[in-house]
Design a protein around this ligand. Structure first.
Ligand SMILES: Cc1cc2nc3c(=O)[nH]c(=O)nc-3n(C[C@H](O)[C@H](O)[C@H](O)COP(=O)(O)O)c2cc1C
Length: 347
């Protein structure tokens, strides 16, 4: 039974961060009693990995990896934890998360609040055999200058190398000043050079080649996107996650909280983010898989992402407005309809 429509009005009376904390604690407590998700027959092979299904949890909801097993019980095929930074940091002062229900949107300026790499690593070490794919989203500390950013990402890569199934290099959160500059030109090339060299070294040492995804912003001009896509292709990154939140507040500026500073997610991001997936898919022509994220609020939205060229999808804001039922709704539709056969395993 879907209890979320009953619980949601109560949660929405609370401050969003308190509601978030309570929900995740309740999920942990209930995890053992949640029946194992029905196995849906839509496994997907991407990144050299077999995803039990192509619907994932986007980064930011479980930044410290404290709730992985409970979240997996909701039926996700993959969970991305983080963004984690090398050292713990408090993030921006509260309030820093706002609901805009009229637009099924959120605005956040969390600023990578997290308990740091060592806390996350301890949590990952405690996980035993898993039946889902685990990604770790890596960031840099706020006080690390861009000239030294690569060191933060390298430390992240090394620390989780043997524990994760893939890493996502987050160059696109709008709430760490200057972070998005790393998405362009020389800075991006230098970063990728060092990370891919480190990956090669670690692959020799461990016998495992960890896939490396890059998470990008939706606020790019066509020229910027073309230049970025060319670099991502040249360096042969394993996947691109499109997209993070947008700085475009134009669709929500008239709503309560619509003027709050921060990244916009959910409904107002949907079309912009899907357009980005379509443009990237045209440029990549199947050479780099795309993980689509941004404004998926129903099964139709998910199908639109696959139609635009995505191999996998991720949810965040949709989960807050629709609850876990959204995952099952999407999986059921995927079972009914065929989605891109190139990413589907024939049985
Ligand atoms: C409160 C909040 C915190 C987030 N934190 C992160 C983060 O730490 N790292 C990251 O890469 N993306 C983060 N995101 C962005 C989401 O992962 C996702 O890219 C974005 O919200 C668009 O998807 P959605 O419309 O389904 O929410 C955050 C989003 C929200 C709403």
């Amino acid at each position: 039974m879907d209890l979320y429509p009953l619980i949601r009005p109560l949660l929405f009376r609370l401050d969003p961060e308190t509601a978030h904390r309570l929900t995740l604690s309740a999920l942990d407590a209930a995890a053992k009693f949640i029946p194992r998700p029905r196995r849906l027959s839509c496994p997907t092979e991407v990144l050299g990995l077999r995803f039990p299904n192509p619907v994932g949890l986007a980064a930011g909801l479980d930044k410290n990896g404290d709730h992985i097993l409970g979240l997996a019980r909701l039926g996700f095929g993959f969970i991305e934890v983080g963004t984690v930074t090398p050292r713990p940091q408090p993030g921006n002062p509260r309030p820093r998360l706002f609901r805009l229900p009229q637009a099924q949107a959120l605005i956040n300026r969390m600023g990578f609040n997290n308990l740091g790499l060592s806390h996350l690593v301890e949590n990952l070490k405690r996980l035993r055999a898993r039946d889902f794919i685990l990604g770790v989203n890596l960031g840099k500390n706020r006080d690390t200058p861009n000239t030294k950013a690569v060191n933060d990402y390298l430390l992240g890569l090394e620390s989780v190398y043997e524990l994760a199934d893939y890493v996502a290099i987050n160059l696109s959160s709008p709430n760490t000043p200057g972070l998005r500059e790393l998405q362009h030109g020389k800075l991006l090339e230098e970063l990728l050079t060092e990370l891919l060299e480190a990956r090669e070294r670690l692959a020799v040492k461990t016998g495992k080649s960890l896939p490396l995804a890059v998470k990008i912003a939706p606020d790019l001009s066509l020229e910027q996107l073309a230049a970025q896509a060319e670099i991502l292709l040249r360096y042969r990154v394993d996947a691109v996650i499109a997209t993070n939140t947008t700085l475009d507040h134009s669709r929500i500026a008239h709503l309560p909280y619509g003027q709050e500073e921060g990244g916009v997610s959910g409904g107002p991001l949907k079309a912009q983010s899907t357009a980005m997936v379509r443009q990237l898919a045209e440029r990549f022509a199947g050479r780099i898989p795309i993980i689509a994220c941004g404004g998926i609020l129903c099964a139709e939205d998910a199908l639109a992402k696959f139609a635009a060229g995505a191999s996998l999808i991720q949810l965040y804001t949709g989960l807050i407005y629709r609850g876990p039922k959204l995952i099952e709704e999407i999986l059921t539709r995927l079972e009914e309809r065929s989605y891109p056969s190139r990413s589907r395993i024939s049985r």
